[in-house]
Unconditional design. Structure first.
Length: 43
């Protein structure tokens, strides 16, 4: 029951939120995009 409550409250907090507020995710994505752009320019 506690697990279900936590899931419901978490779902209410993240409702209508498409982007994740996670700075580490942004850093990892920008590194991957930079690596892909560099690899594309090299070839």
């Amino acid at each position: 029951m506690d697990m279900e409550y936590r899931h419901t409250s978490y779902h209410k907090q993240t409702k209508h939120q498409w982007a994740r507020d996670d700075p580490a995710f942004v850093v990892v994505m920008s590194v991957l995009v930079a690596a892909a752009a560099t690899a594309y320019c090299v070839t």
